[in-house]
Design a protein around this ligand. Structure first.
Ligand SMILES: *[C@@H]1O[C@H](CO)[C@@H](O)[C@H](O)[C@H]1NC(C)=O
Ligand SMILES: *[C@@H]1O[C@H](CO)[C@@H](O)[C@H](O)[C@H]1NC(C)=O
Ligand SMILES: *[C@@H]1O[C@H](CO)[C@@H](O)[C@H](O)[C@H]1NC(C)=O
Length: 415
């Protein structure tokens, strides 16, 4: 998609690229000469014959504090690019019923649209039988996990004011020194972020007793329900693997990191605290270790480490190019420095959530692309809701933006 000799700073060059990109994408069913792999539900790998076709029925289980807001943005942009139908939260809601266990009617217009949604990626607590009522049988399921150690610190800061166990303790190290002092059974519904949050998001009991048989059974069930589990610590590698598995283009998985914190709101965990998290959140710890292993095994069995490294470099180059094109500061900035308040991300707890400033001199088409790249989760959800359900009352955090493409493509038949 990139024209050779394109100097990165030139907007003209981006327009050419975008134009070529649109031509390239205009025929949805174009064949691509690259190897394609499908991870079958049992975890075994299939590498079917070439060529491959971009997967358009995709369910992403959005876990908490795992870089999943960045992935939601990737999913929404893909949906807009191909005019796909997104299973959005009903009415004024911004999540699909979370923390309630998911039910199909949490999706807007489920009665009318039935099993014909293409993309589902807003926060929900996983419940396979109800998700299957909304998503087609050939849907690709994936999710992302993060190391429970850094996850707990992030969760502590973000939910400091809302989670009783966090509110009652002075700081994260004090909390971990004796969690039971702050984690009271009567608050268990509000304390989900304080222990095994990923286990909870996948639909399981985050206070369950850690016994080997139970943990093995859950891991096996997750392997059956999900085709791919990505790892936040290897986000770029994850994007490359995702691109291959879904047969998407590089630009589909280029991202600007969203919903990140400024470094000064990150608390330092003591060595003892780090060890304690492995015990306190032992269910999540085992979940993470298991899928970190299978993530790397999948890479070795499919793309290979050498090709992975090459493609990760491409991704970073393209990301840098787009950041130079789109952003006036060329990096994320603190909340008080975000000029366009409509693009301010939701702020929570003691965290200073960063955002972006777009360049002032962008032409309309570039502006549209750049706006999508930096659009925070709530604003993007509200925006898509307004586009897909024009006669419904708008959600809060609404943004009005020009349509992504003047001419929308047809919804492709299910793949
Ligand atoms: C995840 O897997 C990689 C590659 O095998 C390994 O280097 C890393 O230590 C693993 N992470 C943890 C927390 O075990
Ligand atoms: C760019 O968009 C603005 C506002 O939507 C519109 O008024 C203007 O005519 C557009 N410019 C071009 C060159 O299309
Ligand atoms: C885009 O998708 C919607 C359904 O989500 C459909 O009603 C509409 O006709 C599509 N637009 C085009 C131009 O295909």
């Amino acid at each position: 998609m990139k024209s050779p000799g394109c100097a990165s700073r030139h907007i003209k060059c981006l327009i050419v690229n975008l134009f070529l990109g649109l031509i390239f994408l205009s025929g949805f069913y174009h064949a691509k000469n690259k190897s394609f792999l499908i991870l079958k539900s049992h975890g075994e790998l299939l590498i079917p014959s070439m060529p491959c076709r971009a997967k358009t029925n995709v369910m992403f289980l959005k876990t908490h504090k795992t870089a999943s807001s960045t992935l939601l943005n990737v999913m929404f942009r893909f949906a807009e690019r191909y005019n796909l139908t997104v299973a959005l939260p009903a009415a004024h809601h911004v999540h699909l019923g979370y923390p309630k266990t998911f039910l199909a009617h949490f999706v807007e217009a489920f009665q009318a649209i039935g099993q014909n949604y293409n993309i589902m990626c807003n926060h929900l607590r996983f419940n396979p039988s109800e998700v299957q009522k909304v998503m087609a049988a050939n849907t690709f399921y994936f999710s992302i996990l993060r190391n429970p150690i850094s996850l707990l610190e992030s969760s502590y800061t973000y939910y400091k004011d809302t989670v009783p166990a966090f509110r009652l303790s002075k700081d994260v190290n004090e909390y971990l020194a004796s969690p039971m002092k702050y984690y009271h059974p009567e608050d268990s519904k509000k304390n989900i972020y304080a222990r095994n949050i990923m286990w909870f998001d996948f639909g399981y009991d985050n206070n369950a007793q850690d016994n080997k048989k139970y943990v093995q059974a859950v891991l096996k069930e997750i392997e059956q329900n999900f085709h791919l589990i990505l790892i936040a610590e290897y986000f770029d590698e994850s994007m490359i693997l995702l691109k291959h598995v879904l047969c998407w283009d590089l630009d589909d998985v280029i991202y600007f990191k969203l919903n990140s914190r400024s470094q000064d709101t990150v608390q330092t965990l003591t060595l003892e605290s780090k060890e304690r998290i492995k015990v306190w959140c032992s269910l999540d710890w085992q979940l993470y270790l298991h899928f970190n292993q299978s993530f790397w095994r999948t890479i070795e069995e499919t793309i290979g480490l050498k090709k992975l490294e090459k493609e990760v470099n491409h991704l970073r180059m393209r990301q840098k190019e787009l950041m130079e094109t789109c952003l006036s500061d060329q990096k994320a900035v603190e909340k008080d420095r975000i000029q366009n308040k409509a693009l301010l991300p939701f702020q929570s707890g003691a965290a200073n959530i960063l955002g972006y400033n777009l360049r002032q001199d962008l032409d309309n088409r570039t502006l549209r692309t750049c706006q999508r790249m930096v659009m925070p989760e709530l604003q993007y959800t509200s925006y898509l809701y307004a586009v897909q359900h024009p006669h419904k009352k708008r959600k809060p955090f609404g943004l009005s933006l020009p349509a992504f493409q003047e001419k929308k493509t047809q919804i492709p038949p299910p793949n």
